[in-house]
Design a binder for this molecule. Structure first.
Ligand SMILES: [Zn+2]
Ligand SMILES: [Zn+2]
Length: 138
């Protein structure tokens, strides 16, 4: 595991801050209903890392089990959704909400996932591949 910090981020109020020390496994738009409810946004970008690639430098988020084996975290003070944590492709992964990065442009999405849940008026035209459900593992 590399120990060089390559990105930083945190919640709106600053009570929770994190550091990223490894490159992401994948970066994906997610149109699923659960992400929508958890964030209030019509779609989100999730940046997936292996467990251990992200560490908290200030505070720790509140945890919520959004489905069996899946934990979503948020700042208990300001409410910012921060992560999705669970099993993916047989391993524990840690997904950050891209909008919480200080420089969200650092990790660009390469796909749309759960387009079977997409809201009718959501239009992108970005040419990225689209998948029902989660799509292929990488
Ligand atoms: Zn906060
Ligand atoms: Zn989702």
């Amino acid at each position: 595991m590399n120990d060089t910090v390559i990105a930083r981020g945190g919640c709106l109020c600053g009570a929770v801050r994190y550091e990223v020390v490894d490159e992401p496994y994948k970066v994906s738009w997610c149109h699923c209903r659960t992400c929508r409810k958890a964030t209030g946004a019509p779609a989100v970008v999730m940046v997936m890392f292996d467990e251990g690639a992200v560490r908290y430098s200030t505070g720790t988020p509140a945890r919520y089990e959004s489905s069996p084996g899946v934990t979503r975290t948020h700042c208990a003070r300001c409410g910012t959704p921060l992560t999705w944590e669970g099993q993916w492709d047989g391993r524990m992964v840690f997904e950050l909400h891209a909008g919480t990065l200080d420089e969200p442009g650092r990790f660009a999405p390469t796909r749309h996932a759960f387009v079977d849940h997409r809201i009718d008026w959501v239009r992108f035209g970005d040419g990225l591949p689209e998948f029902d459900q989660a799509g292929p593992s990488t």
